[in-house]
Design a protein around this ligand. Structure first.
Ligand code: GTP
Ligand code: MG
Length: 293
């Protein structure tokens, strides 16, 4: 709480390894006083290599420069594209080496392959912990590839989906779930052909859906085009409302998972399931019945 980064890193590791719980931490720090004036956590998600880290470097430089203290949790640095280097994300983040801005920025990678617990729960706890410590905003970078990553994104107050230029295949169905959750979309790499076309395709497909379409912006993280505009827009980004149901669905599933994983009888249940003394429905019911413990 006094700003020592080594202690911060060690506590985050303890949360990651589940050797301490957020509830235990809160007995020392107190609860987080949430604000409703603006978002406190933003997930930034998209396919491997679309330029999420480069874009974030630009955004964090703007935000840190305006005096905001922003922490970044990079989930799944074991991206299939970069081959699992934790350094992949670190290397793109020039802001963390900036002589003055670095004081306003904190970057932490979460090694999902090593994590012993459920990653969405670890991310949720780490986010709340960073907010308790007084970081103004927490940004969560996830590769929008699987269900666990979508669930990580759904814990955030807002979701930004990053896309690249069109590859001639239109808006694919498998991306629809992610796009449904978006409060804003950025089409990055607008220095390459097909970016404008893809932005138009996205706007069109949102027009076909229900509710207010999210803003769709173009940037080039490589050349710095559109970054200032995007950083201003994102800071004030309102919840789309349109995505609330989908988001609560993911949160509900994550909450359910937490109940199961944090049940003190989990080992006992697994033993009974394996030996046929309990059915899956029995276990779910017992965990539900224990909620007041
Ligand atoms: N042409 C062009 N290339 C870009 C742009 N932004 C990023 N890149 C390049 O795209 C590659 C991937 O960038 P990253 O920022 O690592 O992408 P990422 O989405 O964070 O990737 P993962 O974390 O591995 O999923 C790098 O080689 C960047 O130099 C852009 O605006 N234009
Ligand atoms: Mg990245």
């Amino acid at each position: 709480m006094q700003g020592d980064r080594r202690s911060l890193a060690r506590t985050l590791t303890a949360l990651e390894n589940r050797t301490i719980t957020l509830d235990e931490i809160k007995t020392i720090t107190g609860e987080h006083q949430a604000t409703t004036e603006h978002w406190e956590s933003l997930a930034i998600t998209g396919a491997p290599g679309v330029g999420k880290s480069c874009l974030l470097d630009g955004l964090l430089t703007q935000w840190a420069g305006s005096g905001l203290r922003v922490a970044l949790l990079a989930v799944d640095p074991s991206s299939p594209r970069s081959g699992g280097a934790l350094l992949g994300d670190r290397v793109r983040m020039t802001v963390v080496d900036h002589p003055t801005l670095k004081n306003n920025v904190y970057l932490r990678s979460i090694a999902t392959r090593k994590a012993s617990g459920s990653v969405p729960l670890i991310v949720a706890d780490m986010t709340e912990f960073l907010l308790i410590l007084g970081w103004d905003r927490v940004v969560i970078e996830t590769v929008g590839a699987g269900q666990a990553e979508v669930r990580c994104a759904a814990i955030a107050d807002r979701i930004l989906v990053v896309e690249g230029p069109a590859r001639g295949d239109g808006v694919q169905a498998e991306k629809a779930g992610l796009l449904e959750l978006a409060d804003a979309v950025i089409v990055n790499k607008c220095d390459l052909p097909g970016a404008q076309r893809h932005a138009d395709e996205l706007r069109e497909s949102y027009e076909l859906g229900t509710g207010t379409p999210p803003p769709v912006l173009l940037t080039s993280a490589l050349h710095g085009t559109g970054i200032e505009n995007a950083s201003t827009m994102l800071l004030e980004l309102a919840s789309s409302g349109r995505s609330e149901r989908a988001r609560w669905r993911e949160r509900l599933l994550a909450h359910h998972e937490r109940k199961i994983l944090e049940s003190p009888q989990l080992d006992d249940f697994l033993e009974k399931l394996a030996s046929g003394y309990m059915s899956l429905d029995d276990v779910i019911q017992s965990i539900g019945a224990n909620k007041n413990e």
